[in-house]
Write a protein that binds this ligand. Structure first.
Ligand code: 5BU
Length: 271
């Protein structure tokens, strides 16, 4: 499909976080997000420093870090995000009522809202989940002058996922009614278009996980497509974990390879 450049979209988007992301992508010439699914702080920080130049965003699952501490895990990660100009996306998959997610976002040991520019959110509970997260984000945005936003889980990459059809449409409807939503986790842009469109669709940021080269699955339900396939379906940013940081991989070499594949696929499609 033909698409506009990231620069053009950065200039037009009314959501400042989405504009920032498009700008970083255009400046660094990378639409790659690496998923740092590792269980120690040392591995997390080494990968963030080594791969920082090649990504626009790092995705984390902060609750799988065995030796987590705010001071030794988060503070250096935030420093690295400034050094290499990447944003941080905590794949928290919030799924509770507004009041609960508000605290899950700003409290506990992780205090996600303080450092993660993006978080994932399920539509299951209804729109209160977005209001609760937004309540937690407002004071932080005020205080540190950075933007925060949600990616709604419109579609998952895993086999047998129940997020499709009417459910996906419901998520898009919810997103349309909240300024806190930056975009979607989805397998295709098409799925994030409302069938009964009464309001003009926003220029959503679409991130796509389940991307790898030369492998179709992981034996636990993950379903892979190539960077080219994801981009052809209208993705803005591919998310790659084990394809780059897997035990048998050379992460820098693979990051360069995936970045090139996704960037060349984008270059082929721009108007
Ligand atoms: P992988 O190693 O590239 O398979 O890792 C994929 C990552 O993306 C992993 O952290 C998952 O939690 C995440 N993910 C996914 O794979 N599929 C989805 O639909 C969503 C997240 Br949402």
């Amino acid at each position: 499909m033909m698409r506009e450049t990231y620069e053009a979209r950065a200039a037009k988007n009314s959501n400042p976080l989405v504009s920032d992301i498009f700008r970083i992508i255009a400046e660094k010439k990378t639409n790659l997000c690496v998923s740092l699914d590792v269980t120690t702080t040392t591995k997390l920080l080494k990968l963030a420093d080594d791969l920082g130049p090649y990504v626009c965003i790092f995705k984390t699952h902060i609750d799988i870090i065995d030796d987590f501490s705010y001071k030794s895990t988060i503070e250096p990660l935030v420093e690295l995000s400034k050094k290499h100009n990447f944003l941080i996306f905590e794949d928290r998959k919030f799924a509770d009522i507004g009041s609960t997610v508000q605290h899950q976002y700003d409290s506990g040991i992780y205090k996600i809202v303080n450092w993660a520019h993006l978080v994932t959110v399920h539509g299951v509970p209804g729109s209160g989940i977005l209001s609760g997260l937004n309540l937690a984000a407002e004071p932080v945005v005020q205080k540190i002058g950075q933007h925060r936003g949600a990616l709604m889980l419109a579609q998952l990459s895993s086999k047998g996922s129940l997020a499709f059809g009417e459910y996906t449409q419901g998520c898009v409807q919810m997103a349309n009614e909240s300024n806190f939503v930056a975009g979607f986790i989805a397998q295709s842009r098409e799925a994030t278009k409302l069938k009964s469109e009464s309001v003009a669709s926003r220029d959503w940021l679409i991130l796509t996980p389940g991307v790898a080269i030369g492998i179709t699955g992981d034996g636990l339900g993950q379903q892979y497509k190539t960077p080219e396939m994801a981009m052809e379906r209208g993705s803005d940013v591919i998310i790659v974990g084990r394809g780059i940081i897997g035990d048998d991989k050379e992460p820098i070499k693979e990051a360069i390879r995936y970045r090139e594949a996704a960037w060349n696929a984008y270059l082929k499609e721009i108007k």
